[in-house]
Design a protein around this ligand. Structure first.
Ligand code: CDP
Ligand code: CDP
Length: 233
């Protein structure tokens, strides 16, 4: 049995964070927490209520009045906003292209981080996002920063869309990913950046399983290290 540690997985859009986090969580019987889903959920509600995405005060009041739940379903994690299932809605291209504007606001982030830290209190957790290693779980035992070329990431999203039967334009997808990376990396509060003690993995030429294996290997190393110190006490 693996020790109940925290694993932080950060990186830009479509680097493979959620796919790989789910595999790692399943393998270790840890819980998986998708923090991007929380920002998406708030964006979805704000758009529905026609709240301006630049109005920080209204957005943080909205968040204070919103419950966001991540529920483990049979094979998928469901996302509930005020009790309503919005799992599919929060993946729409409208939400995807707007979410970074909401994620810029410091008061919104502060509340999200608070909620995320509470969710991760019970260890044995894999959490993915943009600021997990730097802000949410700075003491995570394993920190991974996943990256991949923008071409490869756009291709992954493109293939995903084709599989789902959606039409999509590769160049447009690539531009949207670049745009979101830009906003996420350049924002003043908790920008997307590799934590000093995170292990960087370039997944451009790696399969999903290779990435998962490599993370599980880091987990093994980290838990063995801890095991040794325990023994020497
Ligand atoms: O899955 P994908 O990489 O497309 O995005 P996501 O993880 O669902 O995150 C959506 C957006 O939420 C990101 O582009 C960020 O703007 C924001 N986000 C954030 O600021 N901090 C996090 N910890 C997670 C997401
Ligand atoms: O969560 P994030 O936005 O970082 O990425 P994701 O949604 O987990 O992964 C994007 C897509 O890339 C998924 O369809 C994965 O199956 C695929 N993928 C891949 O082809 N090769 C990898 N090494 C990782 C992910």
């Amino acid at each position: 049995v693996t020790k109940q540690i925290a694993i932080a997985i950060d990186g830009p859009a479509a680097a493979g964070k959620s796919t790989v986090s789910k595999i790692v969580a399943k393998e270790l019987s840890f819980i998986y927490i998708d923090t991007g889903a929380m920002y998406r959920a708030l964006t979805y509600k704000a758009l529905r209520e026609q709240i301006s995405l630049t109005d920080e005060q209204k957005l943080s009041a909205l968040l204070a009045d919103t419950t966001i739940e991540l529920v483990q379903g049979k094979d998928q994690q469901r996302v509930l906003v005020d009790g309503t299932d919005v799992t599919e809605d929060i993946r729409s291209s409208t939400v995807t292209n707007q979410v970074s504007y909401i994620a810029k606001h410091s008061s919104v982030r502060k509340e999200m981080v608070k909620r995320q830290q509470k969710l991760a209190q019970k260890r044995g957790v894999v959490m993915d996002g943009r600021d997990i290693g730097t802000q949410v779980l700075p003491d995570a035992e394993v920190k991974i920063f996943l990256k991949a070329s923008v071409e490869e990431r756009a291709k992954r999203r493109y293939d995903e869309n084709v599989k789902k039967g959606f039409s999509s334009d590769f160049e447009k997808l690539k531009q949207e990913i670049e745009q979101r990376d830009q906003i996420d990396s350049k924002r003043e509060v908790a920008p997307l950046v590799k934590a000093d003690d995170a292990i960087e993995l370039d997944t451009t030429d790696l399969s999903i399983n290779e990435v998962a294996e490599s993370i599980l290997n880091e987990v093994k190393k980290a838990t063995q290290d801890r095991g040794n110190t325990d023994e020497s006490i």
